[in-house]
Design a protein around this ligand. Sequence first.
Ligand code: ATP
Ligand code: MG
Length: 285
Amino acid sequence: MELQQQNQTTQQSSSKIEIPENSCLSGRGLTKIFGVGKQTTLAVDHVDFDFNRGEIISIVGESGSGKTTLSKMLLGLISVTDGTVYYNGKPRDISTAAKKKEYWKDIQPIFQDPFSSYNMFYKIDAVLDDCLRMRGAGRLPEDQKTAMKTEACSFVNLKYAELTNKYPFELSGGQMQRLMIARIFLLKPRILMADEPTSMIDACSRATILDMLLKLRDEINMTVIFITHDIGLAYYISDKVYIMEHGRFVESGTADECILHPQQDYTKRLISDVPKIYEKWDLDA
Ligand SMILES: Nc1ncnc2c1ncn2[C@@H]1O[C@H](COP(=O)(O)OP(=O)(O)OP(=O)(O)O)[C@@H](O)[C@H]1O
Ligand SMILES: [Mg+2]
């Protein structure tokens, strides 16, 4: 595995791949094949992209188009079958546990399914303490740590004092997703990978939480990679949009280009499923 990664690095550097200066995360020929022999699935098929610092990027596509698989490769949670991930312009190296830990300080997820995201035997207080440790704040005085955890919870309208002794399974799905966002508030990663992060949150709180994520982007110039089925939402929040079909990016550009003036039939079809896209987010109407 390590050797394979080294080989890839050597190949890539010799072929002079240009990565734009402002890119924090890029992919060249990134591919994921699950399974072996005849039972294989080509989940992500040679995708190229440059995600810039401080941008909100949406990846939109039908169920099974490869969005979560791509996000897991970018997070370093599953191996890459082919191609290279570039982090801050250089081939990403997460070949050792220590390097992976460093990488995970910078890139953090909010998952589609919050129930699978927590160690269920960890109390919520321990989940939040872990974040403080990752940020090097583990040895601060208790009252200071409590203040930080309280602030993070109130950022997502949760009450720290009521949560501190609970386990994640004692929360609702929506509360768990909020807790994931509170973690992000504490960790302040450079890149946030948000896979359907508000799927379990009611529409009213969803708008508030999305606004909070946008605020966090403004405060710390965080890059947000947002994975969603909801093309109206993608239009509302994104600087750039990537449209994914059968593991490939079939169209990409600014939200206006991709969603208001789509070129590809697939994108047009996705948009036609949301006939009231303009009205839906026209808050002044
Ligand atoms: N661990 C796995 N083993 C085998 N096949 C997998 C695995 N994970 C995903 N796949 C397959 O890869 C393809 C892409 O799946 P993926 O979860 O990335 O889609 P998605 O775009 O996130 O879909 P959704 O919108 O429903 O979340 C699917 O055909 C899926 O069945
Ligand atoms: Mg998915």
